[in-house]
Design a protein around this ligand. Structure first.
Ligand SMILES: Cc1ncc(COP(=O)(O)O)c(C=O)c1O
Length: 367
């Protein structure tokens, strides 16, 4: 069907920051899961979250998450709902103490997280990038994180600004480090020695919006102080089924983790992300200042490539041309404007090459 062919092209050229593109293989398997889950005769949307079929899904998803993300045995894996934003509340609700939490303000999402954290306890902003439009990140060794902080909060990859900590900060001994990995999970090899909790909304690299993967060191988990049903320990003790979990999101997460494993794992995802990002940054730079990357060179994200043009009209013209070629999702976030290509795990390499060509060609054609 010709209609189908153009839909496939548009999917390949989908650069949305999230929800975002899924691999073709995952889309087909999920379509089958919707009709019938694992030969059970019942579709995944219709299964009880406490039945045997879903028991298997949740067990397999946890095993896959542990293996793909190399999760140590003294960490618990939780499947939650409410998106990453809900975690902005749950984290301080559970882990704020008498002493301030150490907060790094590196973009739109950390700004929101800080606003929520303030409602639950004292905070100490140990880095504030707002003065430099969040274009840069500090060197981890330059951060002054108090040894008595209740926890350190960071965001590994700043989706809106297109910056990424190449090396994540280290919290002082005894201070839990909690990291928002929403736009990087599954595309970066994690050093668990420096991380006590990682959480991510799944709609970028791992599937469906509303679903959260949270991985928490048991030492920290046991200090959960939040009221039910916002207490992490209670969710862990109930095997992520304190209430009805986001079953569809977990089914898709299982397929995404399987796919990442088949593709060679997180290392291979990280390598490919690096290649795609280099291609796009190189294209931007080849225009000799017509297009300009938003982020400083040393902290440019390999997931979200952000750039500006010489004028809003030039950017609109670019978006028009991109649209005609079947690309979508390239408009920058409303808070920074400009353009953004989000190239998560399922990004299509061929479409990235075509996008790089479009970026390179634009200033020449507009003369
Ligand atoms: C880094 C980061 N954190 C948090 C969020 C918020 O996620 P959600 O919309 O799932 O609440 C986003 C969403 O794009 C994000 O990119």
């Amino acid at each position: 069907m010709p209609m189908m062919a153009s839909q496939m092209e548009r999917s390949a050229g989908n650069y949305s920051a999230g929800p975002s593109r899924l691999p073709d293989r995952v889309r087909s398997l999920v379509a089958e899961d919707v009709l019938e889950l694992d030969g059970s005769g019942i579709g995944c949307l219709e299964h009880s979250h406490r039945g045997k079929a879903f028991d298997r899904v949740i067990a397999q998803t946890e095993t896959l998450a542990r293996s793909v993300l190399n999760v140590p045995s003294d960490y618990s894996v939780l499947f939650l709902q409410g998106g990453a934003t809900q975690q902005f509340g749950l984290i301080p609700m559970n882990f704020s103490g008498q002493t301030p939490s150490a907060q790094t303000n590196t973009g739109v999402w950390t700004t929101k997280a800080i606003r929520v954290a303030e409602q639950f306890g004292p905070i100490n902003i140990v880095f504030d990038g707002s003065q430099s439009q969040f274009r840069t990140l500090p060197k981890p060794k330059d951060l002054q994180i108090p040894a008595n902080a209740s926890f350190l909060h960071t965001c590994a990859n700043n989706t809106v600004m297109g910056t990424q900590w190449k090396e994540l900060p280290r919290a002082p001994e005894g201070v839990p480090h909690i990291c928002d990995m929403s736009s990087e999970i599954g595309s970066r090899v994690l050093d668990w020695d420096t991380l006590d909790m990682v959480y991510a909304g799944c709609q970028k690299n791992l599937g469906v919006a509303g679903t959260v993967l949270a991985i928490i060191k048991d030492d920290l988990l046991s200090q959960s102080n939040g009221p039910s049903p916002f207490n992490y320990q209670e969710h862990a003790s109930a095997g992520s089924r304190l209430n009805t979990p986001p079953t569809f999101g977990i089914v898709v997460l299982r397929r995404m983790l399987e796919w990442i494993q088949e593709q060679g794992g997180v290392q291979s995802m990280a390598r490919r992300a690096q290649q795609r990002a280099e291609l796009l940054y190189k294209a931007i730079e080849s225009t000799k200042g017509y297009w300009q990357a938003h982020a400083s060179t040393e902290c440019r994200s390999h997931m979200n490539i952000t750039w500006h043009g010489p004028s809003p009209e030039a950017e609109l013209e670019f978006l028009d041309r991109a649209d005609q070629l079947g690309f979508s999702g390239l408009k920058g976030h409303r808070s920074v404007g400009g353009l953004r290509a989000s190239v998560y795990n399922a990004a299509d390499d061929e479409a990235c090459t075509k996008l790089a060509e479009l970026i390179q060609s634009s200033p020449l054609d507009s003369k």
